[in-house]
Ligand binder design. Structure first.
Ligand SMILES: [Zn+2]
Length: 259
């Protein structure tokens, strides 16, 4: 049994074959798929997918750092309304992204911190998006060290120093995705040093497809390729990788198998 803890399968990339894509995931043993939000424009499609298949999907609600622009306050209030009135398993995805655009860094930090406060208020985990921004992320999170704040560093791709810093936040997991299978990513060496009880699996569909689908559309059924690679990296059986990463995800996101 596998849990895809980060998947945007409500996006239009899946509109032609959404049902078949979900069937393929179930055939590969994927039991739950968690859906992080992007911005106000994606709430409706995310909510309807959760409603259409309550057994498989769990939604998250948050404003993605890539969508933080000058109008971010209005966007945040729409997100807040959904988050506080809905039934979501996490606040996400949230964070800081300085890869594409650094001009809204101040706004990104404010949006990140605001949403961290909501997560604490609702006792929900956060799903963190960090791109070219580990220092800024760790700095924004430093006041919360030792607090009840919990979550996942989604698509973790850091090196040894970032691993150490991320793991120093006790209630946090690392989300391991397709990058682990990329040749020369070096992530296998970093993750070899990470305790298995701090790892969860994710695809980040439709992005970052694992080898041999690298560059193509990603989908949740490919999570088995990531689990297989992690089994090799950790010298564990695929069965224990499935069991441990699923237990970690269920614990963090408060998911029960029978619902
Ligand atoms: Zn994402």
């Amino acid at each position: 049994m596998l849990i895809d803890t980060h998947s945007h399968v409500y996006l239009s990339e899946f509109k032609e074959d959404r049902i078949e894509m979900i069937e393929r995931a179930i055939e590969e043993g994927v039991d739950k798929i968690l859906l992080p939000n992007i911005d106000a424009s994606t709430i409706k499609d995310l909510d309807s997918l959760c409603l259409a298949d309550k057994r498989t999907f769990r939604g998250m609600m948050g404003l993605h750092p890539g969508s933080v622009k000058s109008s971010f306050k209005e966007d945040l209030s729409l997100i807040k309304e959904s988050l506080f009135n809905g039934n979501y398993c996490a606040v996400g995805e949230i964070g800081i992204d300085l890869y594409w655009d650094k001009s809204f860094i101040k706004e990104q930090i404010i949006a990140f911190t605001t949403q961290i406060e909501w997560a604490l208020e609702l006792d929900l985990p956060i799903a963190i998006h960090a791109r070219d921004s580990f220092n800024e992320i760790f700095e924004a999170m430093s006041p919360y060290k030792g607090s009840a704040l919990k979550g996942v560093f989604h698509c973790f791709t850091g090196g040894a120093p970032e691993l150490k810093e991320a793991l120093s936040f006790d209630n946090f997991m690392l989300g391991i995705g397709g990058v682990l299978t990329f040749k020369n990513s070096g992530l296998d060496k970093t993750i070899a040093e990470a305790p298995l009880d701090r790892l969860v699996l994710e695809t980040d569909s439709p992005y970052l497809a694992p080898v041999p689908y690298r560059g193509k559309r990603n989908e949740p059924s490919y999570i088995r390729l990531i689990a297989e690679k992690l089994a090799i990296v950790k010298g564990e059986s695929i069965v224990s990788i499935e069991r441990i990463t699923s237990a970690n995800a269920m614990d963090l996101f408060n998911i029960r198998m029978d619902d």
